[in-house]
Design a protein around this ligand. Structure first.
Ligand SMILES: [Zn+2]
Length: 67
């Protein structure tokens, strides 16, 4: 299944539920960095995580998939 790729299409995604049980949020971005930034923002707003430690960031990074 191949959709036309358009500029600005989201290429990476992260399922928050892989990190935090029960969360159904899917975070998308064009790059891994963008997903990380949005993920950190979501974690702060939805889960009260003020700052991700390195271990968590690593876990998040490895949970990012090609969308
Ligand atoms: Zn979440």
């Amino acid at each position: 299944m191949n959709e036309d790729s358009k500029e600005g299409e989201m290429a990476k995604e992260l399922r928050c539920g892989e990190i935090i049980d029960g969360c159904e949020k899917v975070i998308r971005g064009e790059t891994e960095e963008e997903v990380m930034t949005r993920g950190a923002q979501h974690a702060r707003e939805a889960h009260g995580v003020e700052e991700m430690d390195e271990r968590t960031a690593e876990k998040v990074r490895s949970a990012i998939r090609e969308a």
